[in-house]
Design a protein around this ligand. Structure first.
Ligand SMILES: *Cc1c(COP(=O)(O)O)cnc(C)c1O
Length: 384
């Protein structure tokens, strides 16, 4: 069969009718172990930390969506990231960005620096900055684009070019874009990481992570670490994500359409200051976003002209359709205040220096009708 397009892969990849019954949907194989005919003679399944058929179907589906040969699913996005860092040895160094997901920053800084791995947190929106930090211990470039919450864009191909010259691995956290919008492996990255919790799952009911790669040796090393350390997802969650992925392309299409309409509405609103959304032609890395992404997604942030914590809190209290919550990528729209929620652990001066001002608000735009989302923001902005 010809190479399938994205929507067809979302519906079909990885899922075969169940051989015992013909069930069209992969069953939830809720089992910890598998009966063997004789010692060490089994059907590819010995113990469920190593493999489970529901998880395998999901891994095939995610590999197909990322144009990868191999994928592994994990108990959380952090479990997936943790497994990549465990490829490294004491004394190794990593170059990463200075506006990472807070949980990744915390793991790198507070867990792995203690174990002897060094991280350089730098501005990766100018890829050439990497050159200054490369030395004989450097092993990995870890990047995340678009970034949270300011929607900075990193040029994946430019980072890969520098990495290839210096024999470094490149891993990309592709959570914000989802495989629908961005294919880092096609741009030369070695590993793609996902918080499956977000767009892939899409219904705010699962915590899960994933890695994908085309490199068999890397895949085997990652699978060995996963089986040794144990961060595997359960079959029920694997089933929920298999189901979620079947509508990934439809959901993403609507997330992008709604994102665009709301970004434009906010940009024209007299009480709104800056709007951070990579689809605007005056976004500092719009050209790169256009080159490496298929559309601009449903994540955006904005500030109030009258920048204060009080006004931001009033706005968050006044919305009726948006729910005040961390996380993103679900069907329902969420509103979040980085300064007091996701980024509260950053000292105030540093936070403001990096553009995370008191009134900065992040939206995860869901798949509701955009007219309703806009009227909700309109009425809420009247209160500030
Ligand atoms: C949520 C998130 C993670 C962590 O994933 P969990 O599934 O919560 O462990 C990592 N990176 C990004 C960009 C995220 O949004």
């Amino acid at each position: 069969m010809a190479k399938m397009k994205f929507g067809t892969k979302a519906v079909h990849a990885g899922v075969e009718p169940d051989p015992s019954t013909g069930a069209i949907m992969t069953p939830i194989f809720q089992t910890s172990t598998y009966v063997q005919e004789e010692p060490a003679k089994h059907k590819g399944y010995a113990y469920a930390r190593g493999a489970n058929p529901t998880r395998n179907a999901l891994q095939k589906s995610i590999a197909a969506l990322e144009n990868a040969t191999f994928a592994l699913c994990f108990s959380s996005g952090m479990g997936a990231t943790d497994t990549v860092i465990k490829l490294l040895n004491q004394g190794d160094e990593v170059i990463t960005s200075n506006d990472l997901y807070g949980g990744s920053y915390r793991m790198f800084k507070r867990v792995y620096e203690r174990l002897g791995i060094k991280f350089h947190f730098i501005d990766l929106t100018h890829a050439e900055n990497i050159n200054q930090y490369i030395n004989s211990n450097t092993r990995l470039i870890w990047l995340e684009t678009p970034s949270n919450p300011l929607m900075n864009i990193i040029d994946i191909e430019a980072c890969v070019a520098i990495a290839k010259k210096n024999n470094l691995l490149v891993a990309v956290d592709n959570t914000f874009a989802s495989p629908y919008l961005q294919s880092p492996l096609d741009l030369g990255a070695d590993i793609v990481m996902h918080s499956v919790t977000k767009y892939l799952s899409g219904h705010s009911d699962v915590i899960m992570g994933a890695l994908a790669t085309n490199n068999e040796k890397l895949f085997q090393d990652l699978a060995f670490i996963q089986n040794s350390c144990g961060a595997v997802p359960g079959p029920q969650d694997s089933f929920l994500v298999l189901r979620g992925i079947k509508t990934l392309h439809l959901r993403m299409e609507r997330h992008c359409q709604n994102g665009r309409k709301i970004a434009e509405f906010l940009k024209n609103h007299p009480k709104v200051g800056k709007v951070y959304w990579p689809g605007f032609s005056d976004h500092p890395n719009h050209a790169i976003a256009k080159k490496q992404m298929r559309d601009f997604g449903g994540m955006l942030s904005f500030t109030l002209k009258d920048d204060s914590l009080e006004k931001a809190f009033t706005l968050m209290k006044s919305v009726q359709l948006f729910s005040l919550a961390e996380s993103l990528g679900g069907v329902e729209s969420l509103i979040n205040h980085p300064a007091s929620m996701t980024h509260a652990s950053i000292p105030k001066e540093e936070r403001i220096k990096n553009g995370l001002v008191d009134s900065l608000i992040r939206l995860s735009i869901g798949i509701e009708d955009s007219e309703d989302l806009i009227s909700d923001l309109e009425q809420a902005l009247k209160h500030v």
